[in-house]
Design a protein around this ligand. Structure first.
Ligand code: E4P
Length: 219
């Protein structure tokens, strides 16, 4: 299972990368805005900065919502760095654009996916990744993990290569459940990745080992 970090914060990206388990980064316009990054040039420079930290796929989202606009913006984003994956919303012109990018060899991440039907369309268009937002589904009392299961079944039935990128991950159990189901990737906040480290028995066991070692050394 691949781990991506879901942020545009460079310090958090560095921290996750330093752990040695990071495979990529996802961003979105809201995450960019949260870091105070705005304007086409600044946003694009920020993508390049992220690519210089992480040797893995970095999703860069288009702002355009019409076919021509998505194509133009996506082609420009793809030229920024070899690791850029063009993130395209699940809308009619988005699906058409994903098909175009697929034929041109430009990798894509189909975002804002909330149903199995949308995920099927993304795979048929040849998306590299599909991003079902499980936390946002949970937020409206709908089972986000059930969607991951449905997509896994559908993709396995037909051997689609599109990778399931579980997005809108909120906590470590989301990551573990996605791993059990067989999501290819989870994109997570740093807090959820770090939370995987924690177990009180690890802490108490280590404290005991170190205390016993110190006692033996003092004899
Ligand atoms: C995915 O690529 C999105 O950036 C992200 O996971 C959305 O998460 P949120 O629902 O926490 O905003």
């Amino acid at each position: 299972m691949k781990f991506f970090i879901d942020t545009a914060n460079l310090d958090q990206i560095r921290e996750a990368n330093d752990l040695g388990v990071l495979d990529g980064v996802t961003t979105n316009p809201s995450l960019m805005a949260k870091e105070g990054i705005s304007g086409t040039e600044r946003v694009r420079k920020h993508y390049v900065d992220i690519c210089s930290i992480v040797d893995g796929d970095v999703s860069a989202e288009v702002i355009a919502t019409d076919y021509e606009g998505i194509i133009k913006e996506g082609e420009e984003l793809a030229k920024l760095h070899k690791n850029i994956v063009v993130k395209v919303p699940m809308i009619r012109d988005g699906i058409k654009a994903i098909k175009y990018f697929t034929q041109k060899g430009i990798r894509t991440n189909c975002t804002l996916v909330f149903s199995a039907g949308q995920a099927l369309l993304a795979a048929k268009a040849g998306a590299t990744y599909v991003s079902p937002f499980i936390g946002r589904l949970d937020d409206v009392s709908t089972d986000g993990l059930a969607l991951i299961e449905d997509i896994r079944t559908i993709y396995d039935n037909y051997g689609y290569d599109t990778e399931i990128l579980a997005a809108s991950v909120r906590h470590p159990m989301h990551i573990i459940d996605c791993a059990k189901i067989g999501a290819d990737v989870a994109t997570c906040p740093l807090s959820a990745i770090v939370a995987l480290l924690k177990h009180p028995l690890t802490d108490s066991g280590l404290a005991q080992f170190l205390a016993d070692h110190a006692k033996a050394a003092a004899k």
